[in-house]
Write a protein that binds this ligand. Structure first.
Ligand code: NAP
Length: 269
């Protein structure tokens, strides 16, 4: 699958609500973001849809991702969840719809069939998954009737996901990094501080540049502040040298910052 439809950096909206969300998404679109990440669970699809509609940018040029929550993974519930998302977003189809988490019982075949039916019915252009560990993703690749466009996973300087990334590259499944700034926990790390000072940029730009320099890796930093949004997009222009990358590669220690709704084998170690 060709993943060129997916911008390297998009806007995460998990924490954005009400007018703050409308303003943040509007500003992001104005300064050049073309990938907006929402989810049924975030309770802000109406606001995301409003900002997209009012942007004056053709919806064909914006990729909106939404997700179906793990309690809604029975076929009828999935259909209902997507219908509500489309209603909230005020659109006939969504660009990308994901299973937000693997099913609790890890039985993936039925939900994957249902995702495929959305593509066939024209309700989603593409489908994918989120928070799938490697073994489960390999199983999913074997049974899905349509290609999986992405696996949205926690990935940042503290969590490199090397083996999973390699597998996803081989399977042509884009890696979309959620929590790409690890919610700020590496802000005081000496390696980051040194490289940020070397280029006179923020540590967030260094962290994002390190992520998206990797082929097949995209990132969706959450940011409501317009200055942060601009800063993050400008990370695309920061070229790190081999020494920088080698030092940044040493930061990873397996730390996770996102909370799992239930234990998922392969994500817990
Ligand atoms: N699939 C999943 O299960 C899952 C799980 C978690 C998250 N996500 C997605 O991933 C997105 C990103 O994750 P996240 O928002 O939790 O964490 P994050 O992107 O690691 O960090 C977001 C925080 O960083 C701050 N920030 C962003 N850019 C900055 C900059 N240039 N300078 C200073 N501070 C900056 C933001 O502040 P301001 O808001 O003040 O700008 C916000 O407090 C979410 O919004 C959501 O869309 C998905």
């Amino acid at each position: 699958m060709n993943n060129s439809f997916l911008p390297k950096i998009g806007l995460g909206t998990w924490s954005l609500q009400g007018d703050v969300c409308v303003d943040a998404v509007s500003n992001a679109l104005e300064v050049g973001y073309r990938l907006i990440d929402t989810a049924a669970f975030y309770g802000n699809e109406r606001e995301v849809g409003k900002a997209v509609r009012e942007s004056g940018i053709s919806s064909k040029d914006i990729v909106v991702t939404t997700k179906i929550w793990h309690t809604e993974l029975q076929p009828d519930a999935m259909k209902r969840s997507l219908e509500i998302s489309l209603e909230n977003l005020q659109t006939d189809y969504v660009d990308l719809v994901l299973m937000h988490w693997p099913p609790k019982d890890l039985r993936i075949e039925e939900p994957l069939m249902q995702l495929a039916s959305f593509v066939e019915a024209g309700l989603a252009k593409r489908v994918g998954v989120s928070n799938f560990p490697q073994q489960l993703l390999e199983d999913a690749v074997r049974v899905t009737p349509v290609p999986l466009a992405c696996n949205q996973i926690e990935m940042h300087l503290g969590l490199r996901q090397r083996s999973l990334l390699q597998m996803m590259k081989g399977a042509e499944i884009a890696a979309v990094a959620h929590c790409p700034l690890a919610r700020g926990i590496y802000g005081q790390h000496p390696v980051l501080k040194k490289i940020a000072a070397k280029y006179s940029v923020s540590w967030q730009q260094v962290a994002l540049a390190w992520l998206v320099r990797q082929p097949n890796v995209h990132a969706i930093p959450g940011a409501h502040d317009p200055a942060h949004q601009r800063d993050n997009l400008a990370a695309l222009e920061l070229i790190l040298d081999n020494d920088d990358v080698a030092s940044l590669d040493t930061v990873s220690n397996g730390t996770r910052v996102s909370v799992h709704p239930y234990p998922i084998p392969g994500l817990e170690e």
